[in-house]
Design a protein around this ligand. Structure first.
Ligand SMILES: C[S@@+](CC[C@H](N)C(=O)[O-])C[C@H]1O[C@@H](n2cnc3c(N)ncnc32)[C@H](O)[C@@H]1O
Length: 248
């Protein structure tokens, strides 16, 4: 995928970010954002030696990412979010941060350093991420784009599915949740027709064990919307011939 042709259609900014959140963005975000090499693939350089790697696309306010990272201190997490207010919210959830006596915000040296943040469209990073990097990829409540003519803007689409396949380790999993029935049906169909993934959770109405609810899910539940939970597992390399689309 050529990065200069990538267009993002969602919101990048909400209400003005001020005070401690603005400070967190200014002082911490550069420390937690991976540097993009001019050539070659990115190194995420966590403060831990990760046993597993997980990507969350569109982490929103970061509640899910922060809690998952806390529960799994030996896993490295890359979170991507375009909406800057969401990135600021994730910062506020990071454990092990404090304000020193001088008023300077500091990331605690002793904290579990297992989150890296990409405050941009994840597709801009695809070319820089090596094959078979992640054990799991979470796409929780992606923007639904309900109109048929906007369907290709949905994150789960024919262009991104082969990339998700490439980025996952053998038997790696995509966790997808949506409360838009039409999106769930579309995603299941697109994944099935790609021949790259098996849907391994057939009951879409109950959450997987240990599920961490997101802010968007909570809003939907209050409004009476029914979540759909899907898990897709990467098929093995016999299907590699289907991968003509998986551009690196
Ligand atoms: C409907 S919100 C859901 C947020 C969160 N996952 C939750 O469940 O509360 C979808 C989020 O995905 C982000 N997003 C959409 N496409 C993205 C992309 N290509 N890269 C990074 N973030 C993206 C949007 O900015 C938005 O915040």
């Amino acid at each position: 995928m050529k990065t200069d042709t990538i267009r993002f259609f969602g919101r990048r900014k909400g209400k003005a970010i001020t005070g401690i959140r603005a400070k967190m963005l200014e002082e911490w975000l550069p420390q937690l954002t991976p540097k993009i090499p001019a050539r070659g693939k990115i190194k995420l350089s966590f403060g831990i030696k990760p046993e597993k790697l997980v990507l969350e696309v569109g982490f929103g306010g970061g509640e899910h990412l922060a809690e998952l990272a806390k529960r799994n201190p030996m896993t490295g997490f890359l979170g991507a979010e375009v909406f800057l207010n969401g990135v600021a919210s994730l910062m506020a959830h990071l454990n092990g941060s404090h304000q020193s006596g001088t008023g300077k915000l500091e990331l605690e040296k002793e904290r579990v350093d297992n989150i890296r943040i990409w405050p941009e469209d994840i597709r801009l990073l695809f070319d820089k991420l090596p094959d078979a990097l992640f054990d799991e990829i979470y796409v929780l409540y992606p923007d639904p784009w309900p109109k048929k003519r906007h369907a290709q803007r949905r994150f789960i689409n024919d262009e991104n599915i082969p990339v998700l396949w490439r980025l996952l380790k053998p038997k790696g999993k995509v966790f997808l949740a949506t409360d838009v029935a039409q999106y769930a049906e579309w995603a299941i169909q697109r994944m099935d027709e790609s021949h790259l993934f098996n849907q391994i959770k057939k009951d879409t109405k109950t959450p997987p064990k240990g599920w961490i609810s997101t802010r968007y899910e909570q809003k939907g539940l209050k409004a009476g919307r029914q979540p759909n939970y899907m898990i897709f597992q990467k098929k093995d390399k016999k299907v590699k011939k289907c991968l003509t689309n998986a551009k690196k």
